[in-house]
Design a protein around this ligand. Sequence first.
Ligand code: NDP
Length: 249
Amino acid sequence: MPDTNVRCIVVTGGSRGIGRAVCLAFAGPGSRIYFNYASSEKAAQETERLVAEKGGTAVGVRVDVTSEAEVAAFIKKVVDETGRIDVLVNNAGVTRDGLLVRMKEADWDTVNDTNLKGAFFCLKAVARPMMKQRFGRIINITSLVGVTGNAGQANYCASKAGLIGLTRSAARELASRQITVNAVAPGFIDTDMTADLTEEAKGSIVEQIPMQRSGTPQEVAAAVCFFASEEAGYITGQVLHVNGGMFTS
Ligand code: NDP
């Protein structure tokens, strides 16, 4: 029997980095967290363990967000088990960097299929249950470079700019059902995604950040929790930058 007193939260890409921090930020006795991942089973189990340590419940499922069928089955499982979905955080993302002239079609497709189409599939799957319950919070993780652009990341920037368009359109479509749709735009955050950069490259990025440091996944998770709160119910279609002062709109 679904327990309707529990707040149900779905996070994509919860096995590592920002997604794991988001799961942990929501963790507690009153919440049930479902997250997915692409292949890192061990990391997913660690997220489950860390959430349990905080008195919460998290269920990690291997679901490829680029597959509409897998996403639909995942969301159906969540609704069958909990009877509702309060929060969706579209966080799963990848990079395949390269200069435009050398960028392969496959790298364009992988990035856009994961970051943009994957978010569309998840949003579409939760929209009906959220409309029925006349409540929902959807938060899309975009990026600073989705607004500014970045050399060597045309595919990634296009996907993240697209996510902002998706956020604003969905916000308008779903507002009358008391469903908010917002985006969080991190700047330079310490995760596996940025770990491959050389110390020199990291140093030159940090030099451009007014706060003179990279951000933490927890600092991004705090912005997500704000949009997910009851109190943020009149805020929709917005992009909140979390970037140490690098860019303000
Ligand atoms: P990580 O590389 O640390 O984690 C990515 C997560 O996405 C993992 O959980 C991964 O699963 C999951 N994932 C990737 N592809 C798929 C897929 N096809 N289906 C399901 N899950 C998938 O990334 P970050 O934590 O750094 O980034 C999280 C989000 O924040 C991304 O959208 C990213 O673009 C955005 N962002 C990050 C910034 C940064 O500086 N780190 C800056 C701005 C935005 P698995 O572990 O199985 O691979």
